[in-house]
Write a protein that binds this ligand. Structure first.
Ligand code: 13P
Length: 251
């Protein structure tokens, strides 16, 4: 049985002060989530990770939004896995479409990060998703299959089992135009079949999230899809009220 997961991706929002306020008020939500077998978490900016980690209970996931695959060295502006581990962070979002677009991250670059995270015993949340043009050409599945193949290249089934996948169609991110639940289930079901072909039975244990304009008023629809194991949420995760409503929509 796969546990549901609600993960708020804060992107470049909230100062450390704001993150502390949110974390202090969000901590009690963990009990509600646990009672309904849902995992919850937030992904603040690098500078707010330590404060959020200190405030939130250990089972409340606090994730980075990116990481560098090298342990240390001359990589100006980057943050390493040992730096994250030192402040108690063991999750990282990898390959978000915004990083692919603005920072030219490729799926093979993501593969290096995913392998480094897994070697360090951390959990990668690997993001996939197609542009509007690809969607309109009807090429979503071949595009996503390619991202999946490169991003998870050379992983063993045991390693693949530890990765969380997030399907986020770019045309649905921050646009208010969410994919219908049928589209989400169709693509996520396809992702699971591809994982089964490559990694075998562990595909049934891999959590696959939907992301892209998930809101309190549509989250329940996605949760009804048999292959959708949770949500990666941007805008609607930023206020506590809305975050709590998202959680209530998942239970
Ligand atoms: P929105 O929920 O704001 O559309 O963002 C989705 C997203 O990119 C989460 O990673």
């Amino acid at each position: 049985m796969r546990r549901k997961l609600l993960l708020g991706n804060w992107k470049m929002n909230k100062t450390v002060t704001e993150a502390k306020e949110f974390a202090s008020a969000a901590a009690p939500l963990l009990e509600l989530a646990k009672a309904h077998h849902v995992d919850i978490g937030i992904a603040p900016s690098f500078v707010a990770l330590e404060a959020a980690r200190k405030i939130l209970p250990p089972d409340f996931i606090v994730s980075a939004q990116n990481v560098n695959e090298h342990d240390h060295g001359a990589y100006t502006g980057e943050v390493s896995i040992p730096m994250l581990k030192d402040i108690g962070i063991d999750w990282a979002i990898i390959g978000h479409s915004e990083r692919r677009e603005y920072n030219a991250e490729t799926s093979l670059a993501c593969n290096a990060k995913i392998k480094a995270l897994l070697s360090a015993g951390m959990t990668p949340v690997y993001c996939l998703g197609e542009s509007l043009a690809t969607f309109e050409k009807g090429e979503t599945k071949s595009f996503v299959a390619h991202q999946l193949e490169e991003g998870l290249r050379d992983l063993t089934p045991d390693e693949a089992k530890k990765v969380v996948i997030a399907y986020e169609p770019i045309w649905a991110i921050g646009t208010g135009k969410s994919a219908t639940k049928d589209i989400a289930e169709d693509v996520i079901g396809f992702i699971r079949r591809s994982l089964r072909e490559r990694f075998g039975a562990v595909a049934e244990d891999i959590r696959i999230l939907y992301g892209g304009s998930v809101k309190p008023n549509n989250v329940r629809e996605y949760m009804e899809c048999p292959n959708v194991d949770g949500a990666l949420v941007g805008g609607a995760s930023l206020t506590l009220d809305s975050y709590e409503e998202l959680l209530r929509g998942m239970i």
